[in-house]
Design a protein around this ligand. Structure first.
Ligand code: F6R
Length: 251
């Protein structure tokens, strides 16, 4: 696990964009697992600006949706697919044929999850997973307790996740209680994982993720069981954690 600690959210956005751009420069057709949420929005805007200036080419990139609420059509204002399209797919000019939607409105969502995971594997796996850190340590909607071998599946959201997503949609009562998420086993097999963490409200959970016990109770701590994870944090989130604070099994 490598740490990049920067002054503020703007610097985080540039650093995270650098990390992704380096991979994409080496492999234009990289498969990217795309989180929504607030934290990576500056990174996506930075990449879009680089593209506008001819410095970032996403024309062959493949975008895979990380998570979605159960039962929502793609046009629903709460759909994470819509958010991914507006913030990532469209500003980066990714062709529609290269975008994989996690179909929350499928008639058979269990089968759709399994098919989604098979498609990721058939495409050669994930090159870069872009992840935010949930207030309860979740990755995607892998809620605690999480296991390293969990498949892409339907999950019940914890009350904490429902509450934290409420403000995006005008109140917790607007947030569906169930969701689809790419599972930990796909995330942990990504060739590079970027965990972006911003703000003082993430300080305690970030400390638990990178310096506490590796535990199903903090899904993000499971990232310390694999190589090639980069944590990009701003100082407000990092606090006074020493840079060498991750246990040696953090690699
Ligand atoms: C969103 C997602 C979530 C968020 C996490 C952090 O697609 O997968 O796990 O990344 O809840 O959200 P923010 O960045 O809004 O703090």
């Amino acid at each position: 696990m490598r740490f990049v600690v920067v002054d503020d959210h703007d610097a985080l956005s540039r650093s995270a964009a650098d990390e992704l751009a380096a991979v994409v420069a080496a492999k234009l057709s990289s498969s990217v697992l795309v989180a929504t949420g607030n934290t990576p929005m500056g990174m996506y805007a930075e990449l879009a600006e680089r593209r506008r200036r001819g410095r970032f080419d996403a024309s062959q990139l493949r975008a895979w949706q990380l998570d979605e609420y159960l039962g929502l059509a793609p046009g629903d204002r709460r759909s994470l697919y819509g958010w991914m399209r507006r913030s990532f797919v469209e500003p980066l000019g990714i062709p529609d044929g290269n975008v994989a939607r996690l179909p929350g409105d499928s008639a058979d969502p269990e089968a759709a999850c399994a098919a989604f995971e098979r498609a990721i594997l058939a495409a050669g796996g994930i090159d870069v997973a872009i992840l935010g850190l949930g207030p309860n340590g979740h990755l995607g909607f892998n809620e605690p307790p999480a296991t390293t071998d969990s498949p892409t599946r339907i999950v019940d959201l914890t009350p904490e996740s429902v509450a934290s997503n409420g403000p995006y949609w005008g109140g917790a009562d607007q947030v569906p209680r169930r969701a689809l998420t790419v599972g930990m086993r796909v995330i942990l097999n990504a060739r590079l994982t970027l965990l972006v963490v911003s703000g003082a409200h993430k300080r305690d959970i970030l400390a638990r993720a990178v310096a506490g016990p590796i535990s199903p109770d903090v899904p993000a701590s499971l990232l310390r069981t694999v190589p090639n994870v980069v944590v990009v944090a701003d100082r407000a989130a990092w606090g006074d954690l020493p840079m060498g604070s991750a246990p040696v099994d953090g690699r």
